[in-house]
Design a protein around this ligand. Sequence first.
Ligand SMILES: *[C@@H]1O[C@H](CO)[C@@H](O)[C@H](O)[C@H]1NC(C)=O
Ligand SMILES: *[C@@H]1O[C@H](CO)[C@@H](O)[C@H](O)[C@H]1NC(C)=O
Length: 295
Amino acid sequence: MMMMMVLGINYMKSVVGVLMLITGRSHGLMFTCDARQNTTCYTALGHPVYLQLINVEQPQLSFTAGTQRIFNIKKNIITRQNLPPNWQFIISNWTLIINPVERKDTGTYRTESHDEYGKVVGINCLHLFIEAPVSSVTLNIACLPSSERRVTCSSSGDSPQYSWTLDGTPLGEGGTDVILKEEATGALTCTVTNNVSSVNKTQDLNPCRRPSTPQSTCPPQTVSGTYNQDTDMNEPDQHHQSCGLLVFITVWLAEIIVLTSLWVGFYYLYTRNNRSQTIVRKCRSHTASGTSDES
Ligand SMILES: *[C@@H]1O[C@H](CO)[C@@H](O)[C@H](O)[C@H]1NC(C)=O
Ligand SMILES: *[C@@H]1O[C@H](CO)[C@@H](O)[C@H](O)[C@H]1NC(C)=O
């Protein structure tokens, strides 16, 4: 029974921790972290974090990182301080401010409360993780030979997680890449999330334009029907090559036919012309002799 209650309280505490993190998110990238209990906090590199320390009426408190003492508080007076330059402790409201958070601030910190005889009466552990926020999300859409599209989402930031929606409907697949069927159109959104930030990018998804091969020699149903993106990548290339060859041979044959008929036509005209010219010449010689005879 006692165990159940403790578990319940711990569960409540973690819910509170998560809520605090979410409120931290909504205020730009300023994080608050409730370090009055055992907790894990993620904070954004280069941004401030506000750590709320335990505020019990104990005569003594020490805050340590591993074996290194960061500060001691004795009867509400800071007795020993070894604060890094980007750290500040506000004793009036028991808030430790780290600004800006640096990678070296990652670590496990311990708050120990002592009674007046120096005996430890409570220990809280804080696990502080630093992540660079997600930024510069880009979408790249590539047409595949099958008219499907491969969309790639990329971003900077630590431990990015990707999720996708098309016109607001989640796509089952995750990861940096999705492959979308030919008929899928609409507003495609890639959302990149890590423990400290979430950024999205939306782009309109339009159909791909088909390669402009002649319909008669390369019917499109053969292109989409003979292979599938998932099965074989080499097939479309072979298909396109044989198509190209067919077109080449057709054009070549057509040229030969046209040239041959031109030659035949020319030859015919030439010979006819020659013959008529000789006839004309013969006539001329005839008339010439005729006139000379007359004169
Ligand atoms: C504690 O005091 C500091 C300095 O006045 C302030 O910036 C911070 O917001 C306060 N924290 C809380 C939790 O009130
Ligand atoms: C994308 O981000 C904006 C704010 O940055 C938010 O209002 C919107 O709801 C987000 N869209 C999706 C699909 O997550």
